[in-house]
Design a protein around this ligand. Structure first.
Ligand code: UDX
Length: 468
């Protein structure tokens, strides 16, 4: 099939490359010509494992192209809308201006019989609004096909997704003809995803509103799980329990499951934070207070983890970080990406710098992005150089190379053997055996320091609750 993918960011670039890998002829379109030049050379404009290889493969077969001109979409039978829907600068709402602008720009190039399918994460009701942009093209079917890929594993998530969701006019019942076969837009999408369906990937057809909500609800649930275990981590610090063991034991119950139950510095990135805020705004607009309040608590618990980490750093520095040499391991919002959008690590680094610490940040991939965004911090590429002379080390993004650090070796580089493992990935006993004073978030290490033993279960309200 001939397909256009409009918007070549984290979502669109991966989608274009994977559709080409499935055998389609694909053109990726973006208004950013520097990005298009880079993609046309087979290099992703961001770090995503496996994507460069897929781009090179697609370009070499001649099935994958990129263009900065919407006119390049003219021959496509299916157009996928993959532009960003960031948080509005003034509210919790998603900013849909790129989506409307891209759709309006596409209209003159829609061939007869072509279909338009959105993939971006949008608030419920967006498809109906977008229909008005296509008011003069009532012949063009419009669908929503939300994307669930994670950065860092985006290629695998796209080639072997957990499920495919199609939001179509009339929903599931309207997707079948009288003989029970898929027809209309459902049949078009089945043809696009034929290799995935053949491999047994489940596909769900539903109405627009459901398709729009599935993505938001899934992200809200993941965020809820993370904030739940992070709230437990505070309870663990207050009581002397260990949240890692708690999460492991809870996760062995198949009704709960262990994934997204890892306590620590919490979630960040370009999706979960803005999606739960957009979800709040959607719920509030629909007068569903429970969801609005629920997401507010999830967001507050998440942000409180950053504050807790700063407080632990202060405590380990004797009450103030002013003048202390602090080394931050990790700048990306999570490992295996160079994305620093709403990075918890950089948030903590910035807070410590604001409190007067001399902060040095290192990261295997994200330093160019971080340095551009935060010129006030010191960035050092080499881990060894970054660690030299540190009074305090904070592990804030759990890249493999930080998980594998050898306590005795690191001990030779720093000035004081003091570590905050805010991702709860280091083996505390090993670090302690090498003379380190190490603290996690809810891992029982607080009890080996000064805080938890002095606390009782009736002690003052938690920081998460205080935060809102
Ligand atoms: C997320 C969703 O997983 C994906 O389905 C959706 O399409 C986009 O949003 P992503 O933002 O790439 O994907 O990150 P993800 O791997 O889900 O992690 C989100 C954040 O949660 C990261 O900051 C991560 O460090 C944190 N996290 C994850 C935890 O703190 N604990 C966990 O147990 C899991």
């Amino acid at each position: 099939m001939k397909i256009s993918v409009i918007g070549c960011g984290y979502l669109g670039a991966v989608h274009a490359a994977t559709l080409a890998a499935m055998g389609h002829t694909v053109v990726g379109i973006d208004v950013d010509s520097a990005k298009i030049d880079q993609l046309s050379r087979g290099t992703a404009p961001f770090y995503e494992p496996g994507l460069d290889e897929l781009l090179v493969e697609g370009l070499s077969t001649g099935r994958l192209h990129f263009s900065a001109s919407m006119a390049a979409a003219a021959e496509a039978e299916v157009h996928f809308l993959c532009v960003g829907t960031p948080q509005s600068k003034t509210s919790n709402d998603a900013d849909l201006s790129y989506l409307f602008a891209a759709t309006a720009a596409l209209v003159p190039y829609l061939a007869e019989g072509a279909a338009v399918v959105g993939k971006s994460t949008v608030p419920v009701g967006t498809v109906m609004l977008l229909r008005s942009v296509l008011a003069d093209r009532k012949d063009v079917p419009l669908g929503w096909n939300p994307e669930f890929l994670r950065q860092g594993t985006a290629v695998k998530d796209s080639l072997v997704p957990d499920r495919l969701v199609y939001g179509v006019a009339g929903g599931r019942d309207a997707s079948l003809d009288a003989t029970g076969h898929a027809h209309g837009l459902t049949a078009v999408l089945d043809a696009v995803y034929e290799p995935l369906l053949r491999a047994g990937i489940p596909r769900l057809v539903c109405a627009y509103a459901t398709a729009e909500l599935i993505k938001s609800a899934a992200n809200a649930y993941l965020a809820t799980k993370i904030s739940f275990i992070n709230a437990m981590s505070e309870l663990c610090d207050a009581s002397g329990a260990d949240v890692t063991e708690l999460g492991e034991a809870m996760g062995l119950d198949p009704r709960i499951g262990g994934r997204y139950l890892h306590a620590g510095l919490g979630f960040g990135g370009g999706c979960l934070p803005k999606d739960i805020r957009s979800f709040r705004a959607q719920a509030a607009a629909l007068d569903v207070d429970s969801v609005d309040q629920w997401m507010g608590v999830v967001d507050a618990i998440n942000l409180a983890q950053r504050h807790r980490t700063v407080e632990i750093a202060r405590e380990l520095c004797g009450g103030s970080v002013r003048g202390q040499a602090v080394t931050v391991l990790g700048a990306a919002f999570k490992p295996d990406t160079d994305d620093i959008r709403d990075s918890p690590a950089l948030d903590v680094a910035l807070q410590l710098a604001t409190l007067g610490a001399q902060v040095t940040v290192t990261d295997p991939k994200a330093l160019p992005n971080a340095a551009m965004r935060y010129p006030q911090l010191r960035f050092v590429q080499s881990t060894d150089v970054a660690l030299a002379g540190a009074d305090l080390v904070l592990l804030l993004t759990e890249w493999d190379e930080y998980r594998q650090l050898v306590p005795a070796d690191v001990g030779l580089k720093v000035r004081r053997r003091t570590m905050v493992d805010a991702r709860n990935v280091l083996h505390a006993a090993e670090w302690e055996a090498a003379g380190w004073h190490i603290r996690g978030l809810g891992t029982g290490t607080a009890g080996r320091g000064t805080l938890a033993r002095e606390r009782t279960l009736g002690a003052p309200a938690s920081s998460a609750v205080r935060a809102f």
